[in-house]
Structure formats: structure tokens, C-alpha cells
Ligand binder design. Structure first.
Ligand code: ATR
Length: 282
């Protein structure tokens, strides 16, 4: 019997997130809410995929009519090799978090920088202090520089900060001096410090001038010590949940054809979801 030829031009309203592990991912809850809110008969599923199965899983999902999906830790860099095209943004950041299947073509993009920037809600930092020099810091630096900010990077491992500074033409601050913030109007934590079961981020932010903004990419616990400090100093503080919401929206629109709402409703839904999972409030 002759096998059925796959019609790769047919794309269903189905998308995915792949990573390892994937159980903790909030993306299925996020996209599921938007699908229900917009009355779209579609699906968004999480798949735990070991590195050795990445290529065959992606080709299978494409051939099964998925419209595309998200890629998360630890596959964001490796997946670039499987893409037929990688956007300029993703190349600059050095990672892909969003895939779109266009016929048999695999298109890779990175929406973290725009997600981070959208979370700022119109605030344009002039002088920004970035804590951390990992993958998340790269997207944050790209976004801040596009907004015209002068960027300073501080990282426990100084060589990594120096390397980033060279690549992105920004400056570095020694990790011991990260709380000298009187010249900054913006501070962002891109490290894992402050996350549940990780050490606290040991920083005193009282030298930040009035009107400064503090952003913590960590959202487990929901209100980190850093955000609490900012709150008690009367500074605007932004949870990493907003970046998560905003980085998800462009993919949703590409796969399902409608722009989702990035309002307080979805934020509150995620808080409910986190509570269900027993995540700490603070
Ligand atoms: P991501 O892709 O989320 O940015 P990553 O690339 O592993 O993750 O980067 C983790 C960041 O958290 C790094 O900046 C790391 O600092 P080092 O480069 O010195 O490792 C930072 N980090 C993690 N644990 C830390 C700790 N205990 N103290 C200080 N920084 C820490």
C-alpha cells in the first residue's frame, strides 16, 4: 500500500511548548486561558523532550500539522540549528523561544526582548542596571538598548559580564558594588537569585532615586524580596509574570490568528494557577 503523502500546507490550530522538565511551565495555562477567552477551538500542549529527541520531535510536530510552538530550557539555543530561518532578533539574543511552521519550513524567533519591553508599560529607562549575564540577560539588554538606555551589567562571575559587555557595548559593575545605584533609574534581576529554593538576592536598593523602576524576572515566589523592597520604598515594581505574558502573545497570534489580551485578567488567572500549584505568595 502506498503511504499517504503528508500535506504540510495544512496547519491546525494546535501549538506546543517543549522543554525538559515541562511540568512547571505556565505556558499551557496561559495559552489555554486565551483560547477559551477568544472562543478558539484549538490546543496548546506541553511536551517534555530530552535533548536527543529534540530534532525528531520538532519534525514530527511539524508533520502532524501543528502551527508552531514555544521552546524553553534547555533547548532554546540548540533548536536554532533545526530552523530554516532564524530572525535577526533571535540571532542577536542567541536563542529561539518561538517556532512557526510555514509549510515544511521551520521559522525561529525570539519574543523575550519584546516581552520584557512590553512589561515596562511605557517606562523608558535611561540608565539601567542588569543583574546577571545568562540567557535572560541577553534578551533584556537587547530590549533596553533598543529603548535607548545606557546599560550596566553586574554578574557574580565577572568574566561573563565582561564578555556580554564586549558583545553588546555596555559597561560592567563589580558584583560587590551592585547596590551603588544612585545614578540608575532602573534595576532588573535576571539571575535565579530569590527564586524558590535558591539563595536570596542580597542587595540593598535604597540608593535608587525616586521614580526608579524595579523589575524582577523571578516570579516564584510571586512577590520576591526585591519587589517587596521596591514596594516599601514607593518604587514601581514589575513582576516577571508580565514578561511571561507579553512574550507569549506574539506566538499566540501567529498560530491562532487572533491577538490575545495582555491585561490584568490573564495576570490574575496565572496567580490563581500558581496558588493551585501551591506556589508561595512571597
Ligand atoms: P538564564 O538563561 O535564566 O539567564 P543562566 O544562563 O543559567 O540562566 O544564568 C543564570 C544567572 O544567574 C547567571 O548570571 C548566574 O551567575 P554566574 O554567571 O556567576 O553563574 C546567576 N546566578 C545563579 N546562581 C547565582 C548565585 N548563587 N549567586 C549569584 N549569581 C547567581
Amino acid at each position: 500500500m502506498i503511504g499517504k503523502i503528508k500535506d504540510l500546507s495544512r496547519k491546525d490550530k494546535k501549538a506546543f511548548v517543549i522543554g525538559e522538565p515541562i511540568d512547571h511551565s505556565l505556558s499551557p495555562a496561559l495559552h489555554g486561558f486565551w483560547l477559551r477567552q477568544l472562543g478558539i477551538d484549538g490546543s496548546y500542549e506541553g511536551f517534555s523532550v530530552p535533548a536527543d529527541y529534540l530534532a525528531r520531535t520538532i519534525y514530527k510536530l511539524r508533520d502532524d500539522g501543528y502551527a508552531g510552538g514555544n521552546v524553553t530550557i534547555p533547548h532554546k539555543e540548540k533548536v536554532m540549528l533545526l530552523c530554516d530561518e532564524v530572525s535577526e532578533r533571535a540571532q542577536k539574543i542567541g536563542a529561539v523561544n518561538t517556532l512557526v511552521f510555514d509549510g515544511d519550513k521551520i521559522l525561529g524567533d525570539n519574543t523575550d526582548a519584546e516581552g520584557f519591553a512590553a512589561g515596562l508599560g511605557g517606562f523608558k529607562p535611561k540608565k539601567a542596571m542588569v543583574l546577571g549575564a545568562g540567557g535572560a540577560a541577553r534578551a533584556v539588554i537587547v530590549a533596553l538598548q533598543e529603548l535607548g538606555a545606557e546599560v550596566y551589567v553586574s554578574n557574580r562571575t565577572a568574566e561573563k559580564a565582561e564578555k556580554l559587555a564586549q558583545e553588546f557595548s555596555c559597561k560592567t559593575i563589580a558584583w560587590e558594588n551592585k547596590d551603588e545605584l544612585s545614578e540608575s533609574d532602573f534595576l532588573v534581576n535576571t539571575t535565579s537569585l530569590g527564586m524558590e529554593s535558591q539563595p536570596e538576592l542580597d542587595i540593598d536598593i535604597k540608593s535608587l532615586p525616586d521614580g526608579s523602576v524595579v523589575y524582577d524576572l523571578v516570579y516564584n515566589p510571586i512577590e520576591t524580596d526585591l519587589l517587596k523592597q521596591a514596594h516599601s520604598l514607593g518604587l514601581k515594581n514589575i513582576s516577571g509574570l508580565w514578561m511571561l505574558i507579553h512574550q507569549a502573545a506574539p506566538g499566540f497570534e501567529k498560530w491562532f490568528g487572533e491577538k490575545p489580551e495582555t491585561t490584568q485578567d490573564i495576570y490574575d488567572h496565572l496567580i490563581l494557577e500558581l496558588n493551585k500549584r501551591g506556589w508561595k505568595q512571597a
